[in-house]
Design a protein around this ligand. Structure first.
Ligand code: TXA
Ligand code: MG
Length: 311
């Protein structure tokens, strides 16, 4: 936990219209005062983010929800009680205190209360809603350590609050909670099983899912767990520089850099973006990633992996 003085300084920076990167349980966020249009515009400029892609607004406490939402549906109230603080973003009708910069000009707002002591202390000290996309340059893997933020945005952010590595590792689940049933717009750590809904996320519904995403500077290839090591070895034999992310038990192929190991799908979720960044730091042409079953958090992992592989 960073000391109180540092958090107080970071909160003052937010109040003064600055950019503060901070840890959450999912990934690091690039925060600015959600009610300050100029501050929010700095987020878009820093990330190179398309202006119509709305930001998630972060609150210290669910009791602050009516500061940012015009109407809290019964479903939203129920989901907030059950999953906040936690990796769930609720899409609701936006309140009139939020500028169009924050909502991307949409009539809705995505809101969440992060489950991280540093994030909550910072949000409480800032005493205002904080808009925060993932603290990566647009299109890159999300940052799960302060070093990842430094690598992408070190030259444009005013303060980076270091709270160690994020425990979840993939971004929050985004749910449209305006109607009677949750509609999943982005898969995350609050799973369809938790929410009691099935189906696949609709790409049309969440503006951000249209854009290129999660791509390191090397080609991402997916392989079944049993085939990942041999796929990597074959590529390496053909002369390419190859990195691989493998299950714990798989033997390391010769000539290939192992950039990640996972015991179960939540461990892969936690370490995936770090592994992708390690692969590019190792100068790999390709990174082969062993896949997981599409249940529970495995859906979020596979969603991110497919987007990374398509980029
Ligand atoms: O875990 C997270 O959600 C992280 C941490 C920092 O909280 N934040 C994050 O923000 O992932 P970002 O901007 O990288 O992704 C936000 C996603 C985008 O796909 C965006 O389109 C969607 O949420 N979103 C935000 N507001 C929305 C809205 N009003 N309606 C539909 N989708 C929305
Ligand atoms: Mg993002």
């Amino acid at each position: 936990m960073p000391d109180g003085r540092l958090l107080a300084d970071a909160a003052s920076t937010l109040r003064a219209g600055g950019l503060v990167a901070f840890p959450t349980e999912t990934v690091y966020g690039l925060g600015a005062d959600a009610t300050d249009p100029a501050a929010v515009r700095r987020i878009f400029a820093a990330k190179g983010r398309p202006a119509d892609n709305p930001l998630i607004v972060h609150l210290a406490d669910a009791a602050d929800l009516d500061r940012v939402a015009a109407r809290v549906s019964p479903l939203a109230a129920q989901l907030a009680r059950r999953f906040w603080p936690g990796p769930l973003t609720l899409v609701l009708e936006a309140g009139d205190r939020l500028p169009p910069e924050t909502t991307g000009g949409h009539p809705t707002v995505g809101v969440r209360v992060p489950d991280h002591p540093v994030a909550r202390a910072l949000l409480a000290a800032a005493d205002r809603p904080v808009a925060a996309p993932s603290a990566n340059r647009s299109g890159r893997p999300s940052p799960t350590t302060a070093a990842h933020v430094m690598a992408d945005l070190g030259d444009v952010v005013d303060v980076i609050v270091d709270g160690g590595a994020c425990v979840v590792g993939v971004e929050s689940t985004v749910v449209d909670a305006r109607g009677p049933h949750p509609v999943v717009l982005r898969e995350g750590a609050v799973t369809r099983e938790h929410l009691g809904v099935d189906g696949a996320a609709s790409d049309a519904a969440s503006p951000g899912t249209r854009y290129r995403h999660y791509a390191p500077r090397c080609q991402v290839l997916l392989a079944e767990q049993a085939d990942a090591a041999t796929t990597a070895a074959a590529l390496s034999g053909g002369g390419a520089r190859v990195a691989v992310v493998l299950p714990e038990a798989a033997p390391a192929p010769p000539g290939v850099e192992v950039v990640g190991r996972f015991g179960d799908p939540s461990a892969l979720a936690r370490d995936l973006y770090d592994a992708l960044r390690r692969a590019e730091d190792a100068g790999a042409d390709h990174v082969v990633v062993a896949t997981v079953a599409e249940v529970g958090i495995g859906r979020a992992v596979m969603d991110r992996l497919r987007r990374a592989a398509a980029a």
